[in-house]
Write a protein that binds this ligand. Structure first.
Ligand SMILES: Nc1ncnc2c1ncn2[C@@H]1O[C@H](COP(=O)(O)OP(=O)(O)OP(=O)(O)O)[C@@H](O)[C@H]1O
Length: 347
């Protein structure tokens, strides 16, 4: 038996996708999959590794609670599924294999990323070699560029949501967790964009419109963490962290920066700027000289390397210049309700 697949547009908040193709199946999950270890958990979800009995294939089963704080959150879950479906051809995004419904949860059967989170490489005593950092950042940007081109902003990019297909050898990245993702150009008020304080962009703190540039801020934070092994804005408490973000208080003098090309600092500095409109797009980032100065490694790229590259100049492919127009152009509020987020203890 399959459940209703179209969510009534009145129950679908603005900015969310309301239609999915993947059937939500109701047969017992454990008749088809063996659950093994827990891979991770968030506020309203648990992710478990599982094996499909029929094929022996491994998957990650994400159990999303249908009711949260007494509210039916089915529309949000359907939205997360729809974003994954929209990104089906984006090989940097985890694939949605199937979906099931239990009494309390909707369970997404996702492609299993066996290499864990890149977070582990951000806090490790042994930082990744620069060549690997560059390869991972390029892949992240490729994935984000394709998402933005398809009209989606992720809005929750952090090292915990960037997974690896394998650990040794270090595999390719897979973007996960599209719970906060939104479509671009949506009318209406975005009330529930939350984030993790250390990764949140200044425009979110300032109630300014959300754009594709918000994801590029996160790329800057992640690049900093991969190079420096520390979070750039993390303070003693939430307030200090927010202050560091809003003042863009970043220390580029850490020892780790002397171990990598000076181009790395240039790249990160171009992203960690307060005004979203002054940040480069994902396509523009992909032509930054830092990402190419050690050689193209084109076999790991799904996009063409930039046509023009030079060390002293940051070339921009002209066909991608319209990226910056991709604003969430709500005619009215489209502000992030930070008080709500803080009030609910989500930030
Ligand atoms: N496809 C996957 N393969 C392997 N591990 C996964 C996969 N999806 C998620 N995980 C693990 O589970 C964790 C939580 O997943 P996810 O971020 O999707 O859940 P969430 O509840 O939405 O999280 P949050 O509350 O932080 O937004 C991830 O950080 C990751 O460690």
């Amino acid at each position: 038996m399959m459940s209703r697949r179209r969510i009534d547009s009145r129950s679908c908040p603005p900015g969310l996708f309301g239609e999915i193709q993947t059937p939500i199946r109701t047969e017992p999950l454990d008749s088809l999959y063996d659950m093994t270890s827990e891979l991770g958990r968030g506020k309203f979800a648990v992710v478990k590794k599982c094996v499909e009995k029929a094929t022996g294939k491994e998957f990650a089963a994400k159990f999303l609670r249908k009711r949260r704080r007494g509210r039916d959150c089915r529309a949000e879950i359907v939205h997360e599924m729809a974003v994954l479906e929209a990104a089906r051809n984006n090989s940097r995004v985890v694939n949605l294999h199937a979906a099931f419904e239990t009494d309390h949860d909707i369970v997404l059967l996702l492609e299993y990323a066996a290499g864990g989170e890149i977070f582990d490489h951000c806090v490790s005593d042994e930082p990744l070699p620069e060549r690997q950092i560059i390869r991972l950042i390029r892949q992240m940007l490729e994935g984000i560029h394709l998402l933005h081109q398809s009209g989606v902003v992720h809005l929750d990019l952090k090292p915990q949501n960037i997974l690896l297909t394998s650990l040794s050898p270090l595999g390719d990245i897979k973007l996960v967790d599209f719970g906060l993702a939104r479509k671009l150009g949506t009318a209406g008020e975005l009330r529930e964009i939350l984030g993790t304080p250390e990764y949140v962009a200044p425009e979110i703190l300032n109630y300014e419109p959300i754009t594709t540039a918000t994801d590029l801020w996160s790329v800057g934070v992640i690049a900093y963490m991969l190079v420096a092994g520390e979070s750039p804005f993390l303070g003693e408490d939430k307030q200090e962290t927010f202050l560091n973000v809003s003042q863009v208080n970043v220390d580029y003098c850490r020892d780790a920066f002397s171990q990598v090309s000076e181009l790395a600092v240039d790249f990160i500095q171009k992203l960690l700027v307060k005004a979203p409109e002054d940040r480069p797009s994902a396509a523009e980032c992909l032509s930054h000289p830092w990402l190419w100065h050690l050689g193209p490694e084109s076999e790991s790229s799904i996009l063409r390397p930039p046509r023009e590259r030079s060390m002293g100049k940051w070339a921009v492919p002209p066909e991608d210049c319209e990226d910056k127009e991709n604003f969430l152009d709500s005619p009215y509020a489209k502000r992030v309700r930070l008080e709500e987020a803080v009030g609910e203890g989500c930030l």
